[in-house]
Design a binder for this molecule. Structure first.
Ligand SMILES: [Zn+2]
Length: 560
């Protein structure tokens, strides 16, 4: 390809919101353009990278036995409703109505469509496992698309689905996908950390996310030097026992003219923060009030709480709701004698005696509050958020570290989440109908491309890993040279981008650095005087002169 003919050129101007490196560099180097918030056009250079990523994914995923197909983008809304998927996805779903008033949703993921498809073939145990996948456009009405291709409202995803006689059979395919994802990451030159995660909107039991450590990441993951890794919604830690051996003292109500913060409580009572009960009131999507309580120095993780109480969405209760519905007082909430809310206690409170906190009345506190004596939670579980330096629950020796990361891919063990409501059955050996056990597996293509740029770039531009570079060679011709070499490389099937423009050498070099093709060749009077063609890797500082006769074999060797 001649650069002069290439549609989509490099650009010096960038939009102000291009804060993360991949967003800025992909715009400047001419790989993408924004259409509207969270929606991007892939220009020829960008699409070439995407296709290479797709091919790597295709090769590896097919090793799991997966077969490629494609389903429509518009999904009948009633199918989503059958599985309650519309409620789980909530406002992120995009819907359209056709001329006959039939309602559709723009595919955000395709579990229900794929299950509906498989059902049409009335599978028997002999047909299972079924393992199918597609590359298709996905739509999610994200409230805040950000980071360029890292969080968009429309994107191509490789989504795979598997159907099994039982969980044991799923685990075989799940492991194959796990291995495939590690191979894909390796070919994309990405180091992944596999974390156990919350299933979120997909539903089901266990899942794993393949994360890449990056400052641009919106996710926080928790890691330990022992190898433990989990996302924040799943990470556990050892909860300290500070005073559990102390004798229980009698409950007392005391005057407490104070402000409404935790610190005000500490100051007034001159007791440690951890001994205070932290109370947070939430309201779920059904209007149910939930009081989450935890020891004072820990934070409530809302996803852990949602999972524990089976809620889809949570919001904080207003001061007025706390007064009117719970007959309590903001800043003085207490689980003791509280009515009208489901009380969910973090298990850290089991290790804490003689706690203190509010009394549901203004300027009155309770001291020596003890769980299961003075109040009885409806649910006790883990709703605490891990933080730096908390003790790892796996090795019980090392301290946890929180790092920023971005999700590269995920694999979900979704069990009967869809087969149950949708009657996703198969005929078993004895002729009986049984529910199929499901898994689903996703990788976003544009995001994978952006992650690669986040990991592989420098101050001057992108440094593409060789497996996904848009071209193999960036040829720069100076002093009117280059045309013959360009033709020769094409003949030898080298995929080459030839900068044939009549502009300064400096501008051509700057563009080559920005675009980031792994090998840069310069042919000029000077290089010829030195005996050949200047050969430089984008990842290296030094260049060398290669004789014309050795050039093609050197390029081929680099790519093999
Ligand atoms: Zn550990």
């Amino acid at each position: 390809m001649r650069y002069s003919q290439l549609f989509g050129k490099t650009s010096k101007t960038v939009t102000k919101d291009a804060i993360v490196a991949s967003h800025r560099l992909l715009l400047q180097a001419g790989f993408i353009r924004q259409l509207s918030a969270g929606r991007y056009t892939f220009l020829p250079l960008g699409l070439k990278v995407c296709k290479k990523i797709e091919n790597i994914i295709r090769q590896e995923v097919e090793k799991t036995g997966a077969q490629e197909l494609i389903v429509p983008t518009l999904h009948p809304l009633e199918l989503w409703q059958q599985a309650n998927r519309d409620k789980k996805f909530g406002s992120a779903m995009m819907c359209v109505t056709d001329r006959n008033k039939a309602q559709f949703t723009l595919g955000a993921t395709a579990e229900v469509i794929m299950l509906d498809l498989v059902k049409q073939f009335a599978p028997s145990y002999k047909d299972l496992p079924i393992n199918i996948y597609q590359f298709s456009q996905k739509f999610r009405d994200e409230t805040r698309p950000s980071g360029g291709l890292l969080r968009t409202r429309e994107f191509v995803m490789k989504d795979g689905y598997s159907f099994h006689v039982d969980e044991a059979d799923l685990k075989i395919t799940y492991q194959k996908y796990w291995d495939a994802y590690l191979s894909i990451a390796q070919k994309l030159d990405l180091k992944v950390i596999v974390v156990e995660s919350d299933n979120g909107a997909i539903g089901g039991a266990v899942s794993h996310e393949f994360m890449v450590e990056s400052k641009a990441g919106e996710d926080t993951i928790v890691v330990c030097s022992c190898g433990y890794a989990a996302n924040l919604e799943k990470a556990t830690f050892v909860k300290e026992e500070n005073n559990s051996s102390e004798a229980l003292k009698p409950l007392e109500q005391v005057e407490a003219v104070r402000g409404t913060t935790m610190e005000d409580g500490v100051k007034l009572h001159q007791k440690p923060l951890w001994q205070q009960i932290k109370d947070v009131v939430f309201v779920d999507e059904t209007g149910r009030f939930i009081l989450a309580i935890i020891r004072g120095d820990y934070m409530v993780n809302e996803t852990k709480l949602k999972n524990l109480v089976g809620a889809n969405e949570l919001r904080h209760a207003s001061d007025e709701e706390i007064r009117v519905t719970l007959h309590s007082e903001p800043g003085f909430i207490s689980p003791v004698k509280l009515e009208g809310a489901l009380i969910v206690a973090d298990d850290s409170l089991l290790k804490l005696v003689n706690a203190y906190g509010g009394s549901n009345q203004k300027n009155l506190d309770l001291i020596n509050v003890n769980i299961n004596r003075d109040y009885q939670p409806n649910i006790i579980g883990d709703i605490a958020e891990a933080e730096n330096n908390y003790l790892c629950s796996k090795c019980q020796k090392e301290k946890l570290k929180l790092i920023k990361a971005v999700e590269f891919g995920n694999i979900f063990n979704i069990g009967y989440t869809y087969s149950d409501p949708m009657d996703g059955n198969f005929v078993d050996k004895d002729g009986s109908l049984k529910k199929m056990y499901m898994g689903s597996y996703g990788i976003g293509i544009g995001r994978a491309m952006a992650i690669d740029v986040e990991i592989h770039h420098d101050d001057t531009g992108i440094i593409w890993p060789k497996n996904i570079a848009p071209y193999q060679v960036h040829l720069i011709g100076l002093d009117g040279l280059g045309e013959d070499l360009y033709q020769e490389l094409l003949l030898k099937n080298i995929d080459v981008l030839f900068d044939d423009r009549d502009i300064s050498a400096g501008a051509k070099f700057a563009d080559a650095d920005l675009i980031g093709i792994p090998i840069r060749l310069v042919i000029s009077k000077r290089s010829q005087e030195k005996g050949g063609i200047e050969y430089k890797l984008r990842s290296e500082k030094e260049s060398e002169i290669i004789e014309a006769k050795d050039l093609v074999s050197k390029i081929i060797k680099f790519y093999n």
